[in-house]
Design a protein around this ligand. Structure first.
Ligand code: ZN
Length: 149
């Protein structure tokens, strides 16, 4: 399942990425970009009822809170409960993450992170950010579990 989220659904896109779903998102789309992405096979998630009517492969998200928005997607498509895919994509740009080489990780993350998680530091090949387990990530996991995922 590949998604494209309209510009009003940034938080939803972020949570879908956390769960490992390939989710295209930009804060602004040039004309026709959304329809190109749908033609390429992505499921459109939109806050706009009229836009949703234009595409059979779309879900109209009629909720304000990300928790409820995720539930709309889940009730339509039944999202996987497989936590092994969580945190496998870059939250910022959607690229799949790779385990960072030890030397590269050491040079690019704070020392305490490197020494705490030497084998669990991931990097994004596209935007060059680094990700690691931590309290922020733990909060997102707990939130998703609270929501039934
Ligand atoms: Zn990235």
């Amino acid at each position: 399942m590949l998604f494209v989220a309209d510009s009003m659904l940034g938080k939803l896109a972020r949570y879908l990425r956390i769960m490992g779903y390939d989710t295209f998102y930009q804060p602004r789309y040039p004309d026709q970009r959304l329809s190109e992405l749908v033609r390429e096979g992505r499921i459109l998630l939109t806050r706009n009822r009229a836009t949703a009517r234009l595409y059979s492969n779309s879900i109209f998200i009629d909720r304000d809170l990300v928790k409820d928005q995720l539930k709309v997607v889940d009730s339509t498509l039944r999202l996987a409960r497989d936590h092994r895919n969580w945190f496998s994509r870059c939250l910022i740009c959607d690229s799949p993450l790779y385990k960072a080489e030890e030397q590269v990780a050491r040079e690019n993350v704070p020392d305490f992170v490197f020494f705490k998680y030497p084998q669990r530091i991931l990097s994004c090949p596209t935007c060059k950010r680094f990700f690691w387990p931590g309290t922020h990530r733990q909060r997102m996991v707990e939130r998703l579990k609270d929501w039934g995922f």
